[in-house]
Design a protein around this ligand. Structure first.
Ligand code: NAD
Ligand code: MG
Length: 375
């Protein structure tokens, strides 16, 4: 019997890559549910190709606020679904992740924002319902592949790699005025707009540090980031004896997606470019310079504060990135807005252990970010 899969955000970058992987693995998996947000045409095309039992369009193709969480939850908890690939961008993916875990499903998680917002709640939902989270994010998939089969007590330290984004070699002044087109020109990955901007500010890497903390139960002091412009090594895991394992490959999301579907097993797949060390050429590493990436620094501070601070960090960033993409604020203001919101108000005082508390922190940060952006 093939395994039923729900693909939340099937019209997005992760969603499309997931369907590409599934198209090569039709004897192992079948698509039971798909959801889209506003790309009605592509969703209809996917529905015609895959004939899933459930097709959900969150926003009816209209701009404005979606009414979608119920449709995402319905897809995620469908009785024929064993694995939910969560490829939603941003906070909108939270309730579906919680519902899937409570229903005992595996969540193949690309939607890192929700783990950042509500790491404790997500862990609790998994415990209660018997579900599990398997990361799709390439760095976390790399770490999982390095630690699979080891005891948690053997793991000492994680090093996540970051490409450094399009502005790695730019001066601070030029970066602060960077255009939307420049921010969307990622050197090594083709992804959705929000994560591409997050990769230029390195907010993405701060989100990933928090994601790694929750996934692997490693203290923040033991999670490091190194700039690696070629994006060939995706992550390192150091063990207590000092030995270090890394996972290597040309950048593609299809491998981490497939691994999240088959973990802990591996299955034959011919879809991705085979690794060739000579073609990969010289691999280089640089220390991350905090002064160049102020939003990353705020993210690490939010992590240290804990409680609802990561949720506030995430939401402030979502607002700021949206405003930047709409050309309402310059690139340099993204970090400023986030800094202002984190400096204001509740900080880490909320514990973030109930959904109400997390959603309230999220809503407050949204208001504060909008105000900070206008002032
Ligand atoms: P994307 O913008 O290409 O796709 C996002 C998907 O979410 C779309 O299908 C869209 O329809 C849906 N969506 C958007 N807003 C929604 C809402 N309010 N309600 C319901 N659905 C909504 O983004 P992406 O690049 O595929 O990224 C998705 C997630 O995966 C993000 O959390 C990102 O950080 C993470 N991720 C992406 C990549 C990548 O290579 N693209 C790599 C690692 C992690
Ligand atoms: Mg990543």
């Amino acid at each position: 019997m093939s395994v039923g899969v729900a693909v939340l955000g099937s019209t997005g970058s992760i969603g499309r890559s997931t369907l590409q992987v599934l198209a090569r693995q039709r004897d192992r998996f079948r698509v039971v549910a798909i959801t889209g947000h506003s790309n009605k045409e592509l969703l209809a095309q996917q529905a015609a190709e895959w004939k899933p039992a459930f097709v959900g369009l969150v926003n009816g193709g209209d701009k404005g606020k979606g009414n979608g969480t119920s449709c995402l939850v319905e897809a995620a908890t469908h009785p024929d679904v064993r694995i939910v690939v969560n490829g939603i961008v941003g906070a909108a993916g939270l309730e579906a992740t919680l519902a899937a875990l409570r229903a005992g499903k595996r969540v193949a998680l690309a939607n890192k924002e929700t783990l950042v917002m509500a790491g404790e709640l997500v862990a609790q939902a998994a415990r209660e319902g018997g579900g599990e989270i398997v990361p799709v994010d390439s760095e976390h998939s790399a770490v999982l592949q390095c630690v699979a089969g080891r005891r948690p007590t053997e793991l000492a330290r994680l090093i996540l790699t970051a490409s450094g984004g399009p502005f790695r070699t730019w001066g601070a002044e030029r970066v602060s005025r960077a255009s939307v087109a420049e921010a969307l020109k990622h050197p090594t990955w083709t992804m959705g707009k929000k994560i591409t901007v997050d990769s230029a500010t390195l907010v993405n890497k701060a989100l990933e540090v928090i994601e790694a903390h929750y996934l692997f139960d490693v203290a923040y002091g033991d999670i490091e980031v190194v700039i690696h412009p070629q994006s060939v090594i995706h992550g390192f895991a150091e063990f207590v004896d000092g030995s270090v394992l890394a996972q290597v490959g040309f950048p593609t999301m299809e491998l981490p997606i497939l691994y999240a579907l088959t973990y802990p097993d591996r299955v034959p797949d011919q879809g991705v470019r085979r690794f060739d060390p000579v073609a990969a050429g010289t691999l280089t590493f640089e220390a991350l310079q905090p002064a160049r990436f102020p939003a990353y620094v705020v993210g690490r501070e939010a992590a240290r504060l804990g409680g609802t601070a990561p949720a506030r960090f995430n939401e402030a960033n979502e607002v700021a990135v949206q405003l930047f993409l709409e050309e309402k604020i310059p690139f340099g203001r993204i970090a400023e807005v986030i800094e202002r919101v984190l400096g204001l108000g509740a900080g880490g005082s909320g514990r973030g252990t109930s959904l109400e508390e997390v959603l309230a922190a999220d809503a407050e940060a949204r208001r504060q970010a909008q105000e900070a952006a206008c002032s």
